[in-house]
Structures are given as C-alpha cells and as structure tokens.
Design a binder for this molecule. Sequence first.
Ligand SMILES: NC(=O)c1ccc[n+]([C@@H]2O[C@H](COP(=O)([O-])OP(=O)(O)OC[C@H]3O[C@@H](n4cnc5c(N)ncnc54)[C@H](O)[C@@H]3O)[C@@H](O)[C@H]2O)c1
Length: 361
Amino acid sequence: MTGFATSLPSPLLVTGGAGFIGANFVHRAIVSGARVITLDALNYAGNRASLASLDGNPNHTFVQGSITDRALVDRLLSRHRPHAVVNFAAETHVDRSIDDPSPFVETNLLGTFTLLDAARAHRRELRSAEAESFRLLHVSTDEVYGSIAEGRFTENSPFQPSSPYAATKAGADALVLAYHRTYGLPTLITNGCNSYGPYQFPEKLVPLVILNCLAETPVPLYGDGAHVREWLHASDHCAAIAAVLAQGRPGETYNVSGSVQCTNREIITAICAIFDKLRPRAGGKLHAELIVNVADRPGHDRRYAIDSAKLTDEIGWRPEITLPAGLEETVRWYVANAAWWRETHRRYRGQRLGLGRVVEP
Ligand SMILES: NC(=O)c1ccc[n+]([C@@H]2O[C@H](COP(=O)([O-])OP(=O)(O)OC[C@H]3O[C@@H](n4cnc5c(N)ncnc54)[C@H](O)[C@@H]3O)[C@@H](O)[C@H]2O)c1
C-alpha cells in the first residue's frame, strides 16, 4: 500500500476508521507518516480486523466509541490535539435505512452535530496559528443530490435525497455548511460516488456479488438492473479526500467521481466475467448464469452522476485505477482474505445482508 501524494495534517482524528473507506484511508495515512487516532463504534459494518495490522504501531491509536458521545469526543480532542478531524462514521446501507431510519438519524445527524460542536469548542482552546490551520472534513455521498436523468450534478445542485440514508447525509452536510457560515469552523465536505475495494462489508453490491460467485449461489439483481452508478476505487476516493484535506478551501464542498458510469447489471456481469477467468465453474457453466432478478428497492434512484471538475481543476486530483483493473484486484483481495470476511459471515449468518442472505462459501 502506498501513502498519499500530499502530506496530511498530523495528528489526525479519523472517525469510522474501522469501516470500508475509513480503513483504507487510515492505512494510507499511516504509510504517509501521519499519526492517527481512530474512533469507531464498531457497529455491524465496523471491523477491528481491518486495522489489526496497525496494532503496536506507535502512530496509531484505536478507540472504540461513538461520535454521539460528546464527553468522549471532547476527551479525545483535548488529549490528542488533532490538527484535523475526518468524519467517515455513518450508518451507510440504504436498505437498512428503509427498514429502520432511527440509527441513521442518531449517527449521521446527531453524531455529525456532536463532532461539529466539539470541534468548535476545541478550536477556541487552540493558539491562533493552530486554530487557523485546523480542519474538519466531512465525508459525504453523491446520494444527497438524488437521481438525475441526464447530465451531472455540481456542488451547487440542490439536495433532493430519496432514501432515509441520503436524507440524513444531506442534513449532516447542511449542518457542516452552517457551522462554517455561522461560526467560521474551517470545514470541508466531499460528496463521493459509489466506491469498491478491500475491507467493504459484504452487504454492499460488489463484495456481495464476489462472495456469492465464490459460493456459486444466486447473485441478486434489483429490478431491471438498469440503475446507473458511478464507480471509484476506494484508494482513489481516499486520495481525493487527502487532497481536499490538504488543499481544499474551508467552507467548500467537492464532488468526487472518476466519471466511470455503468449499470448494476454491467458491474455484476463484469465481476462474473472475472470469476470465469480466475475460477471457471465445472461443466463450462458461466458465473452470469447465477444472476437472478429480485424485486426493486422502494424509491430506488435511477441514475447518479456528479461533476468533479472543481476537484480536478482546483486541486489536481485524478483517479488512477481503471474499473476493470480495480474490480479484478478487488476480487483477488476477497479470494486471498477469506479470514477477514469469514468472521463477518460467522457473526451475521442468517441475517439479511443487503440484497441477499448470508451464504456459506
Ligand atoms: N461506500 C461508498 O460507496 C460511499 C460512497 C460515498 C460516500 N460514502 C460515505 O463514506 C463514509 C464511509 O462509508 P463506508 O462505506 O466506509 O461505510 P461503512 O458502513 O463501511 O463504515 C462506517 C463505519 O462507521 C462506524 N460507525 C457507525 N456509527 C458510528 C458511530 N456512531 N460512532 C463511531 N463510528 C460509527 C462503523 O462502525 C463503521 O466502521 C460514510 O459517511 C458514507 O456516507 C461512502
């Protein structure tokens, strides 16, 4: 794993660092030479094993706890005096938000508010140069803009969230903007597109398809499979977040997308084709034969597309990993890291995981 091209503020408080994108970010931040304090509640998607290789590293401290715990957040800020906070902590699965929005309101809205308010108080205690350079970067999603039939949303597009997940993310973004405008807190927001890569909890589309292909069990596809998403490797997503942290203008929002669009059917078929190459099925059967249509998700957005010209023009970030190369690397990672996801499967066997049920490969 390589570090980031830009040097990061250090020490850094990273919330949600045991989740998918957060863990990828923490590993790269440490390789870059930053000192990182990870705060994570270890909900079902948080996995302590994703950071286990950093145990004993003097540049990494792991704290289990919630961003809604004001006393804990205050303590971490005053003890470690981070130069920046990067907030990945969130409830993130749209299907779960439809089943029960309450944890999404709790973490995504109240948790973000708690972090903002604690950061505002903390900044008042800093010397003026430190207060000037302090940053709070909030990681958000393209889903806040809703669905778009043609063209792309820019940072000036209005929020039109469809799911309770997207609504709580939009509410959190609005709070972040208000803390900058009202209190002058030096905030940054990134609105990223769909990501894939190592350490993603297997309820999300890409790892779900990979594990079902490995087990040769049915691969579910929502509705007609024509929903369009943009896809970015987690490593490129993290590099964009690092670049915004180092060079972004306080109070600004940056869209993050590699502009690589494909339908859900196309991405699933691409993963199936990688399996045909790496692990051919007996009898010449194709992995795509495992695909089964399932009922569509309520309120399912048809197409997401965001314009990240502001990020490329102002900051110079560009993605490095193509979708075919990134998908194949991701498949190889899940095949090579069965111990990482087997433990998750053991804990969640029998529960609904996104589109499917936990299977036993
Ligand atoms: N995955 C994507 O495709 C994607 C795309 C764009 C934006 N995002 C955003 O990036 C961020 C990270 O997403 P992800 O896919 O890594 O999510 P994830 O679900 O894999 O990880 C979230 C992490 O937050 C932790 N967490 C949850 N509630 C917490 C709380 N109250 N206090 C502390 N920690 C808590 C979880 O334990 C987990 O480790 C989210 O804010 C998400 O909205 C994700």
